[in-house]
Design a protein around this ligand. Structure first.
Ligand code: ATP
Ligand code: MG
Length: 246
């Protein structure tokens, strides 16, 4: 087993209320995983703990097999928030992508290299000079993903990456994630819209009331999702779920 990110017996209590209860999971290097579950199950809080934005009440988080402090995870674990526009701070797409590596202290040449690579990975080359405010929803989300790629993270966590996207933008983001997976990135997607990406994920986790209720291969577990109120087309067949087949 080659673990990129592991969570061991993680619990989080806020004001005496249990939010995450003894969660353990491992993201294998290069894996593409999905995390589903009802509103309030604790998915976003779990991502915040993984990234290092929130300190768990107990438990450990390991990066590349070793216990990693929040400070280190902040640098190496990328989190793309649901509201991509909140993450965009600059006057052009390329300046926005440069923001992360500049903050990490890289020199001008290295920043340029990373920006070009991220633009190319996300297919945003022709948008480099455009003002973020004029981008479509899908382009905006791709810019947010490119911004974290430029920091060369070990793991990419995405919280509801399909929220508010129309059909073409959704396809754009699915394609981008599939292509990052093919390039070897370790990815975890949190989303209610399981039918949009599940055909491409390796592992599936379901959270319920702060606990992992189900964990296993997406291809095996997917048809258990409706019992957790996750929508799947009736008589869905795993391989045929892919929106990319259309
Ligand atoms: N600062 C806080 N104080 C009290 N409760 C909180 C706080 N932050 C989060 N919670 C609670 O933690 C629980 C889990 O929240 P979380 O945002 O992780 O859910 P989620 O699974 O991401 O839900 P959704 O699908 O709606 O995004 C919720 O009941 C929420 O109200
Ligand atoms: Mg959430």
């Amino acid at each position: 087993m080659d673990s990129a990110l592991s969570v061991e017996n993680l619990s989080l209590t806020i004001n005496g209320k249990s939010i995450i209860d003894d969660v353990s999971l491992t993201l294998e290097r290069g894996s593409f995983s999905a995390l589903c579950g009802r509103n309030g199950a604790g998915k976003s809080q779990l991502l915040r703990c993984m990234k290092g934005l929130r300190k768990p009440t107990s438990g450990r988080i390991l990066l590349n097999g070793e216990a990693a402090e929040a400070k280190e995870r902040m640098k190496k674990v990328a989190l793309v928030f649901q509201s991509a526009e909140m993450q965009i701070v600059s006057q052009s797409v390329e300046k926005d992508i440069a923001f992360g590596p500049e903050n990490l202290g890289f020199g001008r040449d290295e920043v340029r290299r990373r920006v070009d690579e991220a633009l190319s990975l996300m297919g945003l080359e022709d948008k480099a000079k455009q003002r973020p405010q004029t981008l479509s929803g899908g382009e905006l989300r791709k810019t947010a993903i490119a911004g974290v790629l430029a920091m060369k993270p070990d793991v990419i966590l995405l919280d509801e990456p399909f929220a508010n996207l129309d059909y073409p933008s959704t396809l754009t983001v699915i394609k981008a994630l599939v292509s990052l997976h093919e390039k070897g990135y370790t990815i975890l997607v949190v989303s209610h819209e399981a039918e949009k990406f599940l055909a491409h994920t390796d592992m599936l986790y379901v959270m319920e009331k702060g606990r992992i209720a189900e964990a296993g291969l997406s291809s095996v577990l997917y048809n258990r999702l409706p019992s957790f109120d996750v929508y799947l087309p009736r008589e869905a067949v795993f391989r045929e779920l892919s929106w990319l087949n259309a």
